[in-house]
Design a protein around this ligand. Sequence first.
Ligand SMILES: NC(=O)c1ccc[n+]([C@@H]2O[C@H](COP(=O)([O-])OP(=O)(O)OC[C@H]3O[C@@H](n4cnc5c(N)ncnc54)[C@H](O)[C@@H]3O)[C@@H](O)[C@H]2O)c1
Length: 246
Amino acid sequence: MTKLDGQVAIITGGAKGIGEGACEVFCQAGAKVVIWDVLEGQPTADRIAKMGGEISFQKVDITKRDQIEAAVAEIMSTFGRIDILINNAGIIRDKSFLKMSDDDWSTVLNVNLTGAFNTCKVIVPIMREAKYGRIINTSSINGTLGAFGQTNYAATKAGIVGFTKSLARETGKYGITVNAVAPGFIKSEMTDSMPQEVIDAGIATIPVGRIGTAYDIGHAYLYLASKEASFITAFTLHVNGGALPI
Ligand SMILES: NC(=O)c1ccc[n+]([C@@H]2O[C@H](COP(=O)([O-])OP(=O)(O)OC[C@H]3O[C@@H](n4cnc5c(N)ncnc54)[C@H](O)[C@@H]3O)[C@@H](O)[C@H]2O)c1
């Protein structure tokens, strides 16, 4: 198992879903994890702490630069370092293009794309100073394939890939790697509410024959966040059971 002993990892959107699974995985690897979320993430932090994890929660909206700056200042005064940033938070506002409002468009861009810009803007200078950092951004299978009703979401998830590649080119010389993970069909609150036949139809397109889990994505984040992954940067790791024809 990859070890992150003593390293400080921020996981955005860690209060639930994939981010929550990732928090567990990173705690098991020995990281000090900080959840950033707009939701109340303390119950998640308490649950994982009971399992032995070193984890805390800060209420941070990644669209608000001042909240990010205040949270980072607190982390630096407590731990004195930030080694890993997992830009996992994301939202959907699905609508067919003709029905999509300007607000549906800009809200999704603001969280999914500008949110990652904002967190990196504050944290990259700290990593540069330390001459070490691991940044993992979250794309999606739909950033590559596109999806009905997701012109806004797919644009952000494709945009994240370009952002990742470009930032990686600028920060490699500081010992910072920047990669993306593109999840496929992952079990979530949304999939839990789908009719079983829709889920079965989705699974039928996946060569490994099952839906993915938060832990599948958490372990992909973990590898890219490890010291051992120092020769991997500007890369997008597709974690989809083979579903993507690329
Ligand atoms: N679940 C899937 O099948 C799937 C597939 C591909 C990609 N993804 C991506 O994986 C990531 C996690 O998805 P999920 O399914 O766990 O979603 P989720 O909705 O379960 O969790 C997302 C978390 O992000 C938080 N968040 C939203 N806006 C925020 C903001 N402005 N500031 C801080 N936190 C904010 C939410 O409160 C929530 O806790 C997202 O980026 C999503 O686009 C998910």
